[in-house]
Design a binder for this molecule. Structure first.
Ligand code: IPE
Ligand code: IPE
Ligand code: MG
Length: 243
């Protein structure tokens, strides 16, 4: 693998898939896979911060995941609440700013309160921006963005509606778009994640299951990113002249 002279990724997004299969391989209940997956998030956050990654977005729970068996959904909610409460002090002390992307009104009051606490106590940090996408769907986010624009611009000429009208109203706001998207668990699909923001993201699919995605797996993904040539529509020759 040859590495090219491109800037390190500023923003990495992760589709944390494969918890259920990780547990099944060990004859454990699916929930055990989710618990191990949640523990992996802690390590991953540290490893990204150490590598100077400024933005990390994690897909934790999709709008479609409510369709899972109710005991699994409850277990995921309990883990989310536990994670929000147990990690907040360390995040605050380590320069991590937490934001939750998605429709938080779909969660219990206890979770909504924990989200509000975690977001406000880390709001002053900027070493690592950690976005957790929960009750998140890319299509729903786009619908909300368009609605917000319409409310802010009633009776506006449709010609005024442009790409910025959408991007300015997304929950990712003015954060940089992901440079690299990593999906663990072997599936090669987006599953309704960051549909707008990933227009020019480099996509990395690995068979490694999320609970096994460790520091060396992260380094492999970053190394692969450095072999890419980001052309953004231009020719290879043009890109090489401008670097
Ligand atoms: C990802 O792991 C976690 C969530 C979607 C919440 P899965 O639970 O989808 O694991 P697999 O795909 O069944 O192995
Ligand atoms: C994607 O995983 C969602 C999260 C990781 C939160 P899924 O396991 O829900 O995706 P599909 O259903 O296989 O596409
Ligand atoms: Mg899955």
């Amino acid at each position: 693998m040859t590495t090219k002279d491109i800037a390190p990724p500023q923003h990495i997004a992760f589709i944390m898939d494969g918890n259920g299969r990780w547990a099944k391989d060990r004859l454990l209940p699916r929930v055990a896979g989710h618990a191990k997956g949640a523990a992996q998030v802690r390590q991953l956050t540290k490893n990204c911060a150490r590598r100077g990654i400024g933005y990390v977005t994690l897909y934790a729970f999709s709008t479609e995941n409510w369709a899972r068996p109710s005991d699994e959904v409850s277990a995921l909610m309990s883990l989310f609440l536990k994670y929000l409460s147990s990690e907040v002090d360390e995040m605050r002390d380590n320069g991590v700013r937490l934001r939750v992307l998605g429709d938080t009104s779909g969660f219990s009051q206890a979770i909504q309160d924990a989200i509000a606490r975690a977001e406000s106590s880390t709001a002053h940090n900027d070493r690592l921006h950690l976005n957790v996408a929960a009750n998140y769907g890319g299509r729903a986010e786009l619908v909300h963005a368009v609605r917000k624009w319409m409310v802010a611009n009633p009776n506006a000429d449709p010609a005024l509606f442009d790409e910025a009208s959408i991007s300015n109203h997304l929950q990712t706001g003015n954060m940089p778009a992901p440079d690299l998207l990593v999906r663990t668990g072997g599936e090669c699909r987006i599953s309704n994640f960051l549909l707008w923001q990933t227009a020019y993201t480099e996509l990395y699919f690995t068979d490694t299951l999320w609970p096994a995605f460790d520091a060396s797996a992260l380094d492999q993904a970053i190394l692969w990113y450095h072999t890419r040539e980001r052309r953004f529509g231009k020719t290879s020759e043009q890109v090489q002249v401008s670097t």
